[in-house]
Design a protein around this ligand. Structure first.
Ligand code: ADP
Length: 329
């Protein structure tokens, strides 16, 4: 095997959007319709190894210790095709990846999964890692993956791609603000409808989609200002509005995508009640039934205890601002 085709490993962390991404302006190029801002989370880790092999006939993806489905393998192969084209090689690859948290369940495994895959595959071809190009590459497979290339607070603009394609950029390092995102897990197993399908349903059928696209940049601006000023009330208020607005599009699409369970509503109510009792905490959700509560580090134990006692909440995970991708070969 030529030295440039040695196996390579990458680690990436999932991220949760504080100003949400929902909907595409260009499906073929996977361009987001709205700008978004996220927090990369140290505790949600994906580890991926890629090995290009001269004798392999098809790409193979082993995900969480099982052979991936045809759809999952095809999605990974599309990213590998772009890496092969850039490197001028034809070799198929064996990809072995583990998400150390639930896959396809609304905890952003696609973000860390495609960021780790982009990094490991690029490194396995012996090419230099340029983080902006890597972010643009990951974004082609999953827009939120563009943000997981970087640590801390990260922005993904909407609009026309730049010279190397549309990429995310870091706006503040993990140490900028010692926040906690407390995750209330309200269901086991994968979610009912994948994010890609659900956002496309929203775009094509929800009567509120255009209002969402028009409003999202305002919340994004507020979130950015709040991060700069470490203003949790401004951040939390904009984050909740952004979250409820994109879920409004999902719920009012045809057929409706309702990710919420009774436990989801109970957990949202717990956060509202905590806030009414004087704890500065705000909630967000992604495409899935789980509730994520954002607060200062000092309040996290109280928020976690309240969520643990909420009917239907299965378990609680405490997450902290995390780092960007790391590679090794
Ligand atoms: P989630 O909320 O976990 O991001 P999605 O439905 O948006 O759920 O995306 C899940 C899909 O992302 C998986 O079905 C698979 O295609 C892909 N994926 C997740 N993790 C990985 C990984 N580690 N490597 C490659 N692809 C992955």
């Amino acid at each position: 095997m030529p030295p440039s085709l040695l196996p390579a490993r990458a680690t990436a962390h999932a991220n949760i959007a504080l100003a949400k991404y929902w909907g595409k302006s260009d499906i073929a190029r996977n361009l987001p319709a709205v700008p978004s801002i996220s927090l990369t989370l140290e505790e949600l880790v994906t580890e991926t190894e890629v090995c290009f092999e001269p004798r392999r006939k098809h790409d193979q993806l082993l995900l969480d210790g099982r052979r991936a489905t045809a759809v999952e393998t095809r999605r990974a192969a599309k990213l590998l095709d772009r890496v092969r084209a850039a490197a001028g090689i034809e070799h198929r690859a064996t990809v072995t990846s583990t998400n150390h948290f639930p896959t396809a369940a609304g905890l952003a495994s696609s973000a860390s999964g495609f960021a780790a895959l982009a990094a490991a595959a690029t490194c396995a071809t012996g090419r230099e890692l340029d983080l902006t190009r890597l972010s643009a590459l990951a974004r082609r497979s999953s827009a939120s993956a563009a943000r997981s290339v970087f640590g801390g607070f990260v922005e993904l603009p909407a609009g026309a791609p730049g010279e190397h394609g549309l990429a995310a950029r870091p706006i503040a390092p993990p140490g900028h603000w010692d926040l906690r995102l407390v995750l209330a897990i309200t269901a086991a197993g994968p979610k009912s409808v994948g994010s890609t399908e659900a956002m496309e349903r929203s775009r094509t059928t929800s009567p509120f989609y255009d209002a969402w696209v028009a409003s999202a940049p305002r919340w994004c601006d507020a979130v950015k200002r709040a991060i700069h000023d470490r203003d949790l009330e401004l951040l939390g208020t904009a984050m909740e509005q952004s979250t409820l607005s994109f879920h409004c599009c999902a719920i009012t699409s045809q057929p409706s995508t309702l990710y919420w369970s009774p436990a989801t509503i109970a957990a949202l109510q717990t956060v509202t009640d905590l806030r009414a009792s004087g704890v500065p905490v705000w909630s967000t959700m992604d495409a899935g039934p789980h509730v994520k509560a954002l607060c200062e580090a000092v309040d996290a134990p109280r928020v976690g205890n309240a969520l643990k006692q909420t009917p239907g909440v299965l378990r609680v995970l405490f997450t902290t601002p995390g780092s960007g991708i790391e590679v090794s070969s």
